[in-house]
Write a protein that binds this ligand. Structure first.
Ligand SMILES: Nc1nc2c(ncn2[C@@H]2O[C@H](COP(=O)(O)OP(=O)(O)OP(=O)(O)O)[C@@H](O)[C@H]2O)c(=O)[nH]1
Ligand SMILES: [Mg+2]
Length: 295
């Protein structure tokens, strides 16, 4: 009780001495940013700043911590396995990347690997896509054979690998992820994450797929997300760079290389348009203890 009261006093005191700092903490909480990241961004603000400059500076400092890879896959190619929970948009992302690649470079250097033998029709869909694009599609039943298959395709500049979606109860996940991690330094695993799911689910997926050592992630369903701050916080904390952002079902239009400032700005705008409001008690509890360090 005493702690709560002290936190309240500290918060009220901070609001009086540094109203811009408390206002920014409130706004970042509404964005869904994790408390420690919000506090860190706000602590860096100089005293006596105007709210509009404070907003701009805070957004820029958060954006600096959102890691992105740039348009590397579509410019240079690579061997990329898309992994992730069920239904997050792995196959749709693969299709967008494949079509984009063919529009940019033609089909000659592209190969697709149909590694999803679990979901009915998944391999068939990939074969149709390959046929449409004029690119070969190789079925893969056993991920232990992936390294050898990739070795055989060494003339292809871009190889995209579709994998089955995994729920928490997927018994084969561990062996599949181990096989991906062991498939050689050429292979890059990318974790596909839906921004429309809760931050907790994003965090759980990052932990569950860590054994595959993903080098980056694709953030999908940004168009359906009610808030982006939670997902961004998880990615900032785990230092997982974002490669591409998907914001709709259209192939290939709804995919773009991730840009940090754009993402943070969208997160802020989303909070504003959705009318998210931070609870006063929550703010006191979260930041009261930090208040003395902030002003
Ligand atoms: N609104 C929206 N829908 C998307 C996006 N990306 C994918 N989808 C849709 O989400 C659904 C699932 O996409 P898939 O690509 O099949 O997902 P998946 O991860 O391959 O699913 P599994 O292979 O079954 O695990 C499809 O209807 C896609 O069109 C996106 O960015 N926004
Ligand atoms: Mg799929």
């Amino acid at each position: 009780m005493l702690e709560t009261q002290l936190a309240q006093i500290a918060w009220r005191d901070l609001a009086r001495r540094a109203p811009i700092h408390t206002e920014m903490l409130r706004e970042l909480t509404e964005v869904g940013l994790a408390p420690e990241l919000a506090a860190e961004a706000v602590a860096a603000l100089p005293a006596g700043m105007e709210i509009t400059s404070a907003r701009r500076l805070t957004i820029a400092s958060i954006a600096q911590r959102v890691l992105v890879t740039g348009d590397r896959w579509l410019q240079e190619g690579g061997r990329i396995a898309l992994v992730g929970p069920t239904g997050v948009g792995k196959s749709a992302t693969l299709a967008k990347l494949a079509v984009r690649w063919v529009l940019l470079h033609g089909p000659r250097d592209l190969a697709l690997i149909a590694g999803d033998s679990l979901r009915m029709g998944a391999q068939g869909e990939l074969h149709s896509l390959g046929q449409l694009l004029g690119a070969p599609v190789y079925p893969l039943e056993d991920f232990g054979e992936l390294r050898e298959l990739i070795g055989r395709l060494d003339r292809r500049r871009l190889i995209l690998i579709d994998t089955p979606g995994s729920s928490q109860r997927d018994a084969q996940l561990a062996s599949r992820l181990a096989a991906l991690a062991a498939a050689g330094p050429q292979l890059e695993t990318a974790l596909v994450l839906a921004a429309s799911t809760q931050a907790g689910a994003v965090e759980e997926a990052v932990a569950r797929f860590a054994p595959a050592h993903p080098a980056s992630c694709v953030l999908t369903k940004v168009d359906e997300a009610a808030s982006l701050g939670g997902a961004l916080s998880v990615l900032m904390r785990s230092r997982l760079p974002i490669s591409y952002v998907s914001e709709g079902q259209r192939v290939p239009e709804d995919l773009r290389p991730a840009r940090a400032l754009e993402l943070v700005t969208s997160a802020v705008q989303l909070a504003r348009t959705s009318g998210a409001a931070a609870d006063e008690d929550l703010l006191k509890r979260r930041f009261g203890e930090l208040a003395h360090a902030l002003a």
